[in-house]
Design a protein around this ligand. Structure first.
Ligand code: SF4
Length: 200
């Protein structure tokens, strides 16, 4: 069974996944190898949202499997999140050439993201980087200011972080680790209801 707590939810997820995989709504369909939909729990406590697949993800058909994904996996382990407690996806489901963010693709892909959110219903969303943050909070300050602090937007709890692919210098590594520590403390202080789940 896929995301959704019932067979109805699982069926809706399977339908959505099939629809995304055959999508030709924007020009990125012509250059992709694989559509990259989701990896993680059927009912994640924490949903990490990136911008778009890179080369490794395009080849694998799974999000966050490249170098940035390995950094994110280490972060998930450090946060103590179990496999049932997190999921990962991107705003855009197909790789943009040269990894250049495409606002047109993001707009055309947005309905898929909204339907994923409806089915996954994550209590906490972690936008990774400025584009993901703006997708959830168009009036948010720059990611350098917003990262590492929780914010509530229209009934959604966000905890933005800088994108793991942006962690290239000593300074950004320190910032990443600092914000992760804050996230870990904030997460531990909350008593979220853990829902039963399964991997897909
Ligand atoms: S990026 Fe999104 S809208 Fe564009 S082809 Fe892929 S799935 Fe469709």
């Amino acid at each position: 069974m896929g995301p959704g707590e019932s067979t109805v939810g699982a069926s809706a997820w399977a339908t959505l996944q099939a629809e995304i995989e055959r999508c030709v709504r924007c020009p990125l369909h012509a250059t992709r190898q694989r559509v990259v939909v989701y990896r993680g729990s059927a009912s994640p406590l924490v949903l990490f949202v990136g911008e778009a697949p890179g080369a490794a993800e395009d080849a694998a058909g799974r999000p966050f499997v490249g170098r940035a994904g390995q950094r994110l996996d280490r972060a998930v382990a450090a946060l103590g999140l179990s496999a049932a407690e997190y999921g990962m996806l991107n705003l855009i489901k197909c790789r943009p050439p040269a990894n250049r963010y495409s606002p047109i693709a993001a707009a055309r892909c947005r309905p898929f993201l909204d339907r994923q959110l409806e089915l996954l219903r994550p209590p906490i969303v972690v936008p990774l980087g400025r584009h993901a943050l703006r997708a959830f909070d168009p009036s948010a300050p720059p990611i350098s200011q917003a990262a590492g602090r929780p914010r509530r937007v229209g009934g959604t709890t966000l905890f933005p972080l800088i994108h793991p692919a942006a962690v290239r210098s000593h300074a950004t590594r320190e910032r990443w680790e600092h914000d992760l520590e804050r996230f870990g403390r904030w997460l531990a202080a909350r008593r979220w209801t853990r829902r039963p789940s399964q991997r897909i």
